[in-house]
Design a binder for this molecule. Structure first.
Ligand code: ADE
Length: 347
């Protein structure tokens, strides 16, 4: 049986990274902030933040990066490490299972190192508490013994920088949030920036691509670099097999149509979600759990993976009474919009 996670992983436009493409993505990753395309506000602030620390001769303060999957949080963490000339150690919230795991990571760091914790919202509460003195005082508190005779031993840690990344800022506790010197939010990219990323990456891959072809791929890449890179890779395969390897507009369109990704980047699952909402629930409002049951998707995947892009497109609204399909969604999928619908953004 295919589980939900496999389902999501096999999806051509999933913003989640699958294991094979990690190496591919790594090879395309920009190393300097000036090569990082888009997210101008973040770049400007980050540049000042890094320069100020460099002037003081100190490591930068802890940084929190948040935004939807695939927008380049990991890439940015590597860039920060590179620009600050520090080593980067990468881990994830769910893989740190015991306080001892975190203690081992922290005691192996050196001054100026970057510790990158992806999915930091999934860190267990007890482990999170070990992070507080580590972040604030560069100290690790070890409790020796039990009961009334228990003692706390404080170990000094090197002056490191923690970079936390999360797709769910609302799940970060206030004490953890407050210990970050800066928080940067990554937004969905403009299509123009996605197009530039595609052109840059095609060049790195030594694949010839027309401007019109990169524009076609960009339009369907859900404003997400990871999706753009995956589509580029598939279109490149298609060009190598069906033609001479050069990606033209016609060829890109053929490849993308074969992958059943429409001109806005919606795939079969997006269409299923919206069609279910429209045909079974008259466009909503409907609760998240009902929508999950009716579409056979997990609530968490709906919230974190599918919905953000549908909301961004203006196809779905999260209202206090539940999810609603907008007039734009009705029209895009070929349904007649309801005339008496109280859809605040479009009617
Ligand atoms: N790869 C992932 N995100 C990127 C970005 N913002 N610029 C260039 N390449 C990227």
């Amino acid at each position: 049986m295919i589980n939900q996670n496999d389902h999501e992983q096999n999806r051509m436009v999933s913003p989640q990274e699958n294991s094979e493409e990690a190496a591919f993505e790594k090879s395309l990753r920009p190393k300097k902030l000036t090569d990082y395309i888009g997210q101008n506000k973040v770049k400007k602030n980050l540049e000042i933040f890094m320069q100020a620390a460099q002037k003081r001769g100190e490591p930068i303060e802890h940084v929190m990066l948040h935004g939807c999957p695939g927008l380049g949080k990991t890439t940015l963490a590597h860039i920060i490490a590179n620009e600050m000339s520090g080593n980067i150690k990468v881990t994830t919230g769910p893989t740190i299972e015991r306080t001892g795991d975190l203690a081992a990571i922290l005691t192996n760091l050196e001054d100026g190192d970057i510790l990158f914790i992806d999915e930091i919202h999934r860190l267990n509460k007890i482990i999170e508490e070990v992070l507080y003195p580590a972040m604030e005082d560069f100290a690790l508190d070890i409790i020796i013994g039990k009961g009334p005779s228990a003692k706390t031993l404080r170990l000094d840690l090197p002056k490191f920088t923690l970079i936390g990344a999360t797709t769910r800022m609302s799940l970060i506790s206030a004490p953890l949030r407050d210990r970050f010197g800066a928080t940067f939010k990554l937004d969905f990219y403009h299509d123009q920036d996605i197009e530039t990323i595609i052109k840059r990456n095609a060049e790195i891959l030594t694949t010839a691509i027309d401007s019109a072809a990169s524009s076609q791929i960009a339009k369907r890449a859900r404003k997400t670099p990871r999706v753009a890179n995956r589509l580029l890779k598939r279109v490149r395969d298609f060009a190598e097999v069906k033609a001479d390897g050069k990606i033209t507009e016609t060829l890109a369109k053929q490849a993308l149509n074969m992958l059943e990704i429409d001109e806005l980047g919606l795939d079969e699952i997006d269409r299923k979600i919206l069609t279910t909402l429209i045909t079974k629930f008259s466009g909503g409002p409907i609760g998240l759990n009902t929508l999950a049951a009716a579409t056979n998707e997990e609530m968490e995947s709906l919230e974190d993976v599918y919905e953000p892009f549908l909301i961004q497109l203006g196809f779905l609204n999260r209202t206090p009474r539940g999810r609603m399909a907008t007039k734009l969604a009705f029209t895009h999928l070929g349904f007649t919009p309801k005339t008496n619908q109280n859809q605040n953004n479009l009617l």
